[in-house]
Design a protein around this ligand. Structure first.
Ligand SMILES: NC(=O)c1ccc[n+]([C@@H]2O[C@H](COP(=O)([O-])OP(=O)(O)OC[C@H]3O[C@@H](n4cnc5c(N)ncnc54)[C@H](OP(=O)(O)O)[C@@H]3O)[C@@H](O)[C@H]2O)c1
Length: 250
């Protein structure tokens, strides 16, 4: 199914899973409004723009920057994209932050940051998406396989991603009459720079051993699932799709 003429806004859209999702959606013709956060991600944005041009020279691509933990920044991102593209049909939110620590060592500041990035940002992206995505559109938030696992030390990470499942269920009902599907995708431990800093080599081996082929989830395993939700998968809504090679039971 083609997405020619459609506009996909990807929050956290210039590197790792966000960039792979951009390439995947460009392959089926979507125009792309790509957000990044840090100034460091600017070079990722430039590299991705070159790759996208090669993959599909006929699509329009625009890049936006912002710290989306402020609701006003989320509103500005949507307003800027609407001004440039005229409409938004797909929203994919890959924004996330991980912390692996015993609960006894987590400060109030760390708790607030984790919930600001993982819950508050997801909530206000859903709010703006609900207000602006065209009828028949698609909204997808990236959560984590840890929502289906008993695991210590990720309490603030999994705990701050967990509310998104309920945000998604509620918004899916609110948008049902406009045929907008609203879902989450929950990857297993994924082979990106997001994953490694908090893991020992033994922990990496353990995570690998929990999935088929004794490997981590790859961004190439996940981006086609996001494309499917944006194309043939229209009947799926209000769900969290766990894609982790058997890492968890959900
Ligand atoms: N890698 C894994 O093991 C794994 C497994 C399961 C789920 N996930 C989830 O998958 C998603 C993508 O992860 P990834 O592995 O592709 O790593 P990633 O590229 O580092 O994704 C995280 C994104 O969040 C953005 N971000 C962080 N703070 C932000 C803020 N205040 N405002 C706006 N954006 C902000 C980052 O931008 P900057 O880097 O510019 O700050 C980055 O684009 C995340 O939601 C993560 O929780 C990852």
């Amino acid at each position: 199914m083609s997405l020619t003429g459609k506009v996909a806004l990807i929050a956290g859209g210039v590197k790792n899973l966000g960039a792979q999702t951009a390439l995947e959606l460009a392959g089926v013709g979507a125009n792309l409004a790509l957000h990044h956060h840090s100034s460091l991600s600017q070079k990722d944005a430039a590299a991705l723009q070159a790759k996208l041009k090669e993959k599909n020279p006929s699509i329009k691509v625009a890049i936006y920057q912002g710290d989306l933990t402020a609701a006003s920044a989320v509103t500005k991102l949507f307003q800027d994209a609407l001004q440039d593209f005229g409409h938004i049909d797909i929203v994919v939110n890959t924004v996330g932050k991980v912390l692996k620590k015993p609960i006894t060592e987590i400060s109030e500041e760390e708790y607030d940051t984790m919930f600001a990035v993982n819950s508050k940002t997801a909530f206000f992206v859903l709010k703006e998406a609900a207000a602006h995505v065209s009828d028949g559109g698609k909204i997808i938030t990236i959560v984590t396989a840890l929502l289906g696992a008993f695991t210590g030390y990720y309490t603030s990470y999994a705990g701050s991603k967990a509310p998104v499942e309920h945000f998604t269920r509620g918004v899916c009902k609110e948008l049902q009459s406009r045929r907008i599907s609203v879902n989450n995708v929950a990857p297993g431990p994924m082979d990106t720079p997001f994953f490694y800093p908090q893991e020992s080599s033994e922990a990496v081996d353990f995570h690998k051993s929990m999935a088929m082929d004794n490997r981590l989830t790859m961004i190439e395993d996940i981006a086609p699932i996001i494309r499917f939700l944006c194309t043939e998968g229209v009947w799926i809504t209000g769900q969290t799709i766990f894609a982790n090679g058997g890492y968890t039971t959900r």
